[in-house]
Design a protein around this ligand. Structure first.
Ligand SMILES: N[C@@H](CCC(=O)N[C@@H](CS)C(=O)NCC(=O)O)C(=O)O
Length: 210
């Protein structure tokens, strides 16, 4: 049994998606961002960063979206969310999950929280920088999918795809959403068609891509 602390559509989204996809028994604890429940002492004891997601695994809290995707893929091998060790696909799996986590996801932080880098007076410059970094990320991901896809690790789906689709979803209201890149759009379309995606949206109270 897992317990996921989440906010709808947030960085918990891909973790929740894998919980559904694997069929793992789980409970959900929805945090109210407006009420800043993620900054309360009881939650900070689980995740001192005061962010979602946090997943309680065998009674102990683990955080960081990418780490949780890797962990769920490892704990549920029957779901085939990680390519076999020692293969080229496994190398790409590590490469893309780390790249998404280290490069593209932090750029979204800059887009959604533009005051953070240098205060409100520099928010517009921070947003412009974030946008350029996100779009550069889509350029590189799209080129990779075109040459080596349709999935991030090649022919078979993996946890990396769920992560990428979550990030693509975050760009939906940006001037150039990720779905303007054709290979990314195909990946998104394929993953939106999964029954688990509908279940995920229903569970989080979201409607498809909004
Ligand atoms: N590196 C963290 C980032 C998580 C993160 O940025 N979560 C956002 C929601 S998408 C959050 O909790 N924001 C609330 C806040 O920072 O106050 C992870 O991947 O888990």
């Amino acid at each position: 049994m897992y317990t996921l602390y989440y906010m709808p559509g947030a960085a918990s989204f891909a973790v929740h998606w894998l919980l559904i996809e694997t069929g793992a028994a789980h409970e959900l604890v929805r945090l109210d961002g407006e009420a800043r429940e993620h900054k309360r002492p009881e939650y900070l004891r689980l995740n001192p960063n005061g962010m979602v997601p946090t997943l309680v695994v065998d009674g102990a809290a683990v955080y960081e979206c990418a780490a949780l995707l890797l962990l769920l893929a490892e704990r549920h091998p029957e779901a085939r969310l990680a390519p076999p060790p020692g293969t080229r696909a496994r190398a790409l799996y590590y490469q893309w999950i780390l790249h998404l986590a280290n490069t593209i996801q932090p750029a979204f932080r800059g887009w959604f929280y533009p005051d953070e880098p240098a205060g409100a007076e520099h928010a517009e410059a921070a947003k412009a920088s974030a946008r350029a970094r996100i779009e550069g990320g889509w350029d590189r991901l799209d080129a990779h999918l075109t040459a080596h896809g349709p999935h991030l690790t090649g022919t078979a789906p993996s946890a990396a795809d769920y992560f990428a689709v979550m990030l693509a979803r975050w760009s939906r209201s940006m001037p150039r959403p990720a779905t303007e890149w054709p290979a990314i759009a195909r990946l998104v379309q394929a993953f939106k068609a999964r029954p688990s995606f509908r279940a995920l949206n229903a569970s989080e109270g979201l409607t498809e891509w909004t």
